[in-house]
Design a protein around this ligand. Structure first.
Ligand SMILES: [Zn+2]
Length: 228
């Protein structure tokens, strides 16, 4: 589960008003059922398990506990179904919800899946609510990227330098070495150390790779400059 501040507050929930049960009296207009999805991971490795949280809010405030939400993939294949629990999401009146376990496809890229509320079961007529789920699939880290940071002048190792190759990061050890396990791909890598000009590498990493980062000192007045 993502941290609380990562959790987008389901906006639809703010609009859910009215007493539970009011829906049963019915009316000519079908209620508007809205599906909300949150806690979707930013990226998932091929074939790995992940989970999202699904909720359904009704425009007329029906309690959506017990409703079933189905998740289907881009091809329309059913991936999972979840039955919403009894307790509304904290801070909402009637947004019942459930976590649903899923398995990422084996194909990299952004897949657009759909979560749809099955609306044949509730008593009152509801428009079919659905929401999209963006499933970003990445390949598993397969390459060892080794960064060796040295001082361009003294040739000594630079310890404590920060290495960033989004989304991976590491810090060099006493030998000036940092190791990152990354998925094959194109990277922009930065190595930065205190009082050094950041080193940058742009390129493809397709196998185990070693990058030698010679760090040049940031131009700074030395003691000699000051006292001369
Ligand atoms: Zn309703």
């Amino acid at each position: 589960m993502a941290q609380q501040d990562d959790t987008p507050r389901p906006r639809d929930a703010d609009r859910v008003v009215g007493a539970p049960g009011a829906a049963e009296t019915g009316g000519d207009e079908p209620h508007d059922a809205r599906v909300v999805v949150w806690d979707t991971p930013a990226a998932i490795e091929c074939g790995k398990r992940f989970a999202v949280r699904l909720g359904v809010a009704c425009s007329a405030g029906c309690r959506t506990a017990g409703w079933v939400v189905e998740v289907r993939d881009d091809a329309g294949g059913k991936r999972a179904a979840a039955t919403l629990g009894d307790d509304p999401w904290p801070g909402t009146d009637a947004l019942c919800h459930a976590e649903v376990a899923l398995v990422a496809p084996d194909v990299e890229g952004l897949h657009t899946w759909t979560a749809a509320a099955l609306t044949d079961r509730p008593a009152a007529a509801h428009t079919g609510g659905r929401a999209r789920i963006g499933v970003r699939v990445v390949s598993a880290p397969a390459c060892l990227l080794t960064v060796v940071a040295t001082d361009a002048e003294s040739r000594n190792p630079v310890a404590g330098a920060r290495v960033v190759a989004h989304p991976y990061r590491a810090v060099t050890d006493d030998r000036g070495v940092a190791e990152l396990r990354v998925a094959a791909g194109e990277y922009r890598l930065f190595v930065s150390g205190k009082s050094y000009i950041p080193f940058r590498f742009d390129g493809a990493v397709k196998a185990d790779t070693t990058i030698r980062a010679e760090l040049a000192h940031d131009r700074e007045l030395s003691d000699a400059d000051i006292w001369s």
